[in-house]
Write a protein that binds this ligand. Structure first.
Ligand SMILES: Cc1cc2nc3c(=O)[nH]c(=O)nc-3n(C[C@H](O)[C@H](O)[C@H](O)COP(=O)(O)OP(=O)(O)OC[C@H]3O[C@@H](n4cnc5c(N)ncnc54)[C@H](O)[C@@H]3O)c2cc1C
Length: 409
């Protein structure tokens, strides 16, 4: 998708994206319809990713992973999204447990003792992932204002001997019933104090711990293989070592490293590319398994493909720029660009997919072809909190017109 020479990718980026492309085309694409039809988690893809080392993509090299940084991960995930949206999206939830506790945390402030403890703790998580192929989920949505970053999480962590007691409920928990650990965002309970976003904790809850329940069904429009059911935590004991980030560091990350919330976008960047790729092959009469009927000679098709290519180029350019400049303490312009990139990817993936169906015609929306799945999957991107398309628009307008702390009073 991003030619290493044209986009001046690093050697690592080039190697990882090419590995993702190979495994995606050979293994994930042929299986994608099955996960979608039955709304089941793509476990076989995860076993293949473990074998290829991709479960530990952001685990530091000294801990046995590929040591991918933010951009290397984003580019690799886009290649996976091109072949199976549900795999790329759930892989994001898994990888965040390593990205946030790894390269992101390394950029944030901690005193020496806290950092030493954090480094010792994260190795346990990394070992599980790299050696045993354990899978981490990332449930933060609760159905209230917390997932948008507008209120403290209502799932609670209360201090107890040797660890924490977790109580609460998470909705839309992708990988529920399939992950080995749920990386839960929750609020630390402090006696006599009001809940605060500053007290957010990020803790890995073992899926088989007493008091963890998966409830409800999952029969959505798109991204059906994510199996994002509801999780209930009732007095679940979790030991201190399960903390994925030290106390207070998630809040620091959310405020100082905000590009962390763009990690849902590569899936949809990949879908946009896939819808374009399909259209070109289909109109040239080259889609495998279909009669070689060419439709490319009609000017209307050529214009539609030109429109799609325009949108794809614009989307790739702004997204590549935004992921390239991700850093701690971004400038106001960098923030506005990050929102613009997120909005553009999420909306254009769906727009490109709908143009693809219109121009390819009736046969292209049959379930025997991937386009109708791409169309349904692409619609889900704009809904992903905390940076939904609406929230990006809202923040761009406000933050462009007001400096921090400014009012009209
Ligand atoms: C396929 C899929 C997989 C998912 N996987 C996960 C997962 O693994 N983990 C997880 O935690 N969540 C996950 N989500 C959940 C997702 O991020 C949303 O929380 C979920 O869609 C539920 O949103 P809601 O309808 O309750 O949102 P609401 O809170 O009702 O918001 C509805 C809309 O209102 C707008 N809005 C909300 N709050 C504000 C605000 N403060 N300011 C301005 N506008 C606002 C937003 O645009 C939002 O889309 C997933 C969602 C999908 C679609």
């Amino acid at each position: 998708m991003f030619d290493p020479k044209a986009f001046r990718l690093t050697e690592k980026e080039s190697k990882l994206t090419s590995m993702a492309r190979d495994i995606g085309a050979a293994k994930f694409a042929p299986r994608a319809a099955e996960w979608d039809r039955d709304a089941v988690f793509p476990m076989q893809n995860y076993r293949d990713m473990h074998k290829a080392g991709l479960l530990g993509v952001c685990v530091p090299e000294e801990n046995g992973g590929f040591g991918a940084d933010y951009r290397a991960y984003m580019l690799t995930a886009a290649e996976i999204g091109r072949y199976c949206g549900a795999t790329a999206l759930t892989w994001n939830m898994h990888v965040c447990s390593c990205l946030w506790s790894g390269p992101l945390s390394d950029d944030l402030e901690m005193d020496a003792e806290t950092r030493d403890r954090h480094l010792a703790r994260r190795v346990k998580h990394y070992d599980r992932i790299v050696q045993d192929g354990k899978i981490y989920a990332q449930p933060f949505s609760e159905g209230g204002a917390a997932a948008a970053g507008a209120a403290p999480f209502s799932t609670q962590a209360k201090r107890t001997d040797g660890g924490w007691l977790i109580n609460g409920k998470k909705i839309f928990a992708s990988l529920s019933g399939s992950a080995d650990y749920y990386g839960v965002l929750c609020g630390e309970v402090k006696e006599g104090e009001k809940p605060s976003r500053k007290d957010t904790m990020y803790i890995a809850v073992p899926a088989d711990a007493k008091g963890v329940k998966v409830v409800g069904d999952w029969d959505p429009l798109g991204m059906r293989g994510t199996v994002s059911r509801t999780l209930i935590f009732e007095d679940v004991f979790v030991s201190d070592d399960e903390q994925l980030m030290p106390r207070g560091v998630y809040y620091q990350a959310a405020t100082r490293w905000p590009h962390m919330f763009m990690t849902l976008s590569p899936t949809y960047m990949g879908i946009a590319q896939a819808a374009y790729d399909f259209t070109v092959k289909y109109l040239r009469g080259e889609w495998p398994g279909l009669p070689p009927v060419k439709r490319r000679m009609f000017p209307t098709k050529q214009i539609a493909v030109a429109q799609m290519r325009l949108m794809l180029e614009q989307t790739k350019s702004i997204w590549f720029q935004a992921i390239s400049e991700a850093c701690a303490d971004p400038s106001k312009d960098q923030m506005l660009r990050a929102y613009a990139a997120q909005y553009t990817v999420m909306e254009n993936a769906n727009e490109i997919s709908q143009l693809a169906i219109r121009t390819c015609g009736g046969q292209s929306m049959l379930k025997s072809l991937p386009l109708e799945r791409l169309y349904r999957d692409s619609r889900c991107g704009a809904l992903m909190l905390p940076w939904t398309a609406e929230i990006c628009l809202d923040r761009m307008g406000r933050e462009a017109l007001y400096n921090p702390g400014e009012t009209d009073d």
